[in-house]
Design a protein around this ligand. Structure first.
Ligand SMILES: Nc1ncnc2c1ncn2[C@@H]1O[C@H](COP(=O)(O)OP(=O)(O)OP(=O)(O)O)[C@@H](O)[C@H]1O
Ligand SMILES: [Mg+2]
Length: 250
């Protein structure tokens, strides 16, 4: 099993670490049965991959055994951005049956307790692969071997992958990268998420830097400035109440 050297992009400063400790604690209070967690968003560039990595790292630093899976096989950025190594096999090769030996696609990292599965080569049929039994068996084995399995996904608004992944996970976290949430769009994708049957654990407001253009064929709808990760959603947040009325009725 090779070791991946993690280089975090951006500032891994005190405030970021404290934000993710807060998020980590909120996840823990969701229940001990919440082990496999999908991280998704409405659109691209909202901060899913960054959030997934920081949540995984935060749990690992707590001494939890964590597996981070890059399931954005269409546009994997985690490997190139955060890790300095060439890796031959990843999720797509395992799901398509080309690779069976776990040692060839499961990697240790320089963060103690944090393991990683890379996305692999862009396959022609990501949604089909994620719907298959190999992904089910990977999740089952991972659930038994790790305390937490954090899964980075493509945006819900663009492709079906995230809803498929969410349907197989114990819970899902939405990342909102815009300070001003597009309520209608958010409600649409959340309805889609709910149809998948996943448990919506909450949302993270992350004012991520946006980029022009789209790798998913859908133009980003928002424009805003970057700032550090702010907070996990709070019950007293009016935007949250509007977006998730049923959650607030409970
Ligand atoms: N809180 C933040 N502050 C500043 N920059 C951020 C923050 N969160 C993310 N970014 C930056 O914004 C960009 C997009 O983030 P990231 O790749 O995590 O988004 P994503 O939702 O995974 O995108 P995609 O949909 O393309 O997979 C990256 O360059 C990342 O470093
Ligand atoms: Mg991403």
């Amino acid at each position: 099993m090779s070791t991946i050297d993690i280089k975090l992009e951006g500032q891994d400063n005190y405030f970021v670490q404290e934000s993710f400790k807060f998020i980590r604690t909120n996840i823990q209070f969701c229940g001990a049965d919440i082990k496999t967690i999908a991280i998704t968003s409405c659109n691209e560039n909202e901060g899913k991959s960054t959030t997934a990595l920081y949540i995984a790292k935060s749990f690992a630093e707590l001494g939890k055994k964590v597996l981070l899976i890059d399931a954005d096989m269409r546009k994997s950025v985690l490997a190139g951005r955060n890790f300095k190594m060439n890796v031959s096999a990843g999720l797509s090769e395992f799901l398509s049956g080309q690779v069976k030996d776990a040692h060839s696609f499961l990697h240790k990292t320089t963060v103690e307790n944090l393991h990683f599965i890379l996305a692999g080569v862009y396959p022609p049929n990501p949604a089909e692969l994620l719907s298959g039994k190999n992904f089910d068996s990977l999740l089952n084995v991972s659930r038994n071997s790790f305390d937490y399995v954090i899964i980075d996904t493509p945006p819900l608004g663009a492709v079906a992958d995230a809803a498929i992944i969410a349907s197989k996970c114990d819970g899902t976290i939405m990342v909102f990268g815009s300070a001003e949430i597009n309520r209608k769009e958010a409600q649409e994708v959340i309805s889609r998420l709910r149809l998948s049957g996943t448990k919506l654990l909450g949302a993270i407001r992350n004012n991520a830097t946006t980029k022009s253009g789209s790798a998913y064929g859908k133009k980003a709808y928002y424009k805003h400035k970057s700032s550090n990760v702010k907070k996990v959603t709070e019950e007293d947040d009016e935007s949250w109440k509007k977006l998730f009325p049923s959650d607030n009725d409970k």
